[in-house]
Design a protein around this ligand. Structure first.
Ligand SMILES: [Mg+2]
Length: 297
């Protein structure tokens, strides 16, 4: 039996406010020693995730732009031989819509609806809105499969959603922005793809852990055996219905560490609720309707 970990970045492995992962470092080092793969599944771009992977010392397949693309580093364990587009030094799987097409839609929608996407913003503006340093903000603008955006007034959301739907786009919501993504594109679909690849490589049973903090992580949480919801620093709990959901007791990278340690049995106790416990029964109301309303910031 093998473990396979999937994790969102912002607000999950990285703290919401300072983007630090220091508290998670002991677990990151141990999973590296023990050969447990950690697959990042983020709304960030390829170049952003590359930089974070390098910082952490991680070389693994990763999922970008809300499941829009999956990159398998060549020569890395778990790297499949895949048909489809091949980008040096990766085997890349495209699940999203090409960015240029999404931008064409945004330009048309803007004739009526006051939305601003990353493609309309300067690096400085993205830096200010994300609290990222300029260099990171520049990487965040290097989109391939999705467009984060802000709406001047949330009342436009239904109309924008309907127009997007006509050309095969959906709107999802992360911690800070809305995102335009292709229909059916989500982190869960990408997670299942990666899991299949590992299963073929390993040829033995896999237990998956998935960690996330926002509405756009629900598909990821639904696709794993041990779904972990990391709470937001504001303390406002996201009301979602996910079977066997484990709730971390603290936000950010500390909650991430405690949850993973508990699930992998490294501390002898489980953080939050044990799968199969009563927690998800309490949360049974909201998830479906909340999709477009979002949770916070
Ligand atoms: Mg997040």
């Amino acid at each position: 039996m093998k473990w396979l970990l999937f994790s969102d970045l912002d607000g999950t492995l990285l703290n919401h406010d300072d983007y630090s992962y220091e508290d998670a470092r002991p677990v990151l080092e141990r999973i590296r020693r023990e050969g447990i793969p950690l697959v990042i599944a983020s709304s960030k771009t390829r170049v952003e995730v590359e930089e974070i992977q390098e910082e952490i010392g991680l070389r693994m397949p990763f999922i970008v732009e809300n499941g829009g693309g999956i990159y398998f580093p060549r020569g890395c364990r778990g790297t499949p031989y895949l048909p489809g587009s091949e980008r040096e030094p990766y085997f890349a799987v495209r699940l999203g819509m090409p960015y240029e097409e999404i931008r064409e839609f945004v330009a048309r929608a803007q004739q009526r609806i006051p939305l601003r996407g990353f493609g309309d913003m300067t690096v400085e503006e993205v830096a200010r809105l994300t609290d990222l340093p300029l260099e990171r903000a520049r990487l965040a603008k290097t989109r391939e499969f999705s467009e984060p955006f802000l709406l001047e007034d949330g009342e436009w959301l239904p109309e924008l959603t309907a127009r997007a739907d006509e050309i095969g786009l959906s709107i999802t919501r992360g911690g800070r922005f809305f995102h335009l993504v292709r229909h059916g594109q989500d982190k869960g679909r990408a997670v299942r793809f990666v899991k299949t690849v590992f299963r073929r490589q390993w040829n033995e049973p896999i237990l998956t852990v998935g960690l996330g903090d926002s509405l756009n992580d629900i598909p990821l949480l639904m696709a794993v055996d041990y779904p972990v919801l990391i709470p937001s620093p504001g303390g406002k709990e996201l009301q979602i219905e996910v079977p066997r959901l484990i709730l971390a007791t603290v936000p950010g990278s500390l909650g991430w560490r405690k949850s993973v340690e508990g699930i992998l049995g490294w501390t002898g106790e489980r953080e939050g609720e044990i799968p199969g416990g009563g927690r998800d029964a309490e949360n049974r109301d909201k998830m479906g309707d909340d999709k477009d309303k979002g949770e916070n910031s």
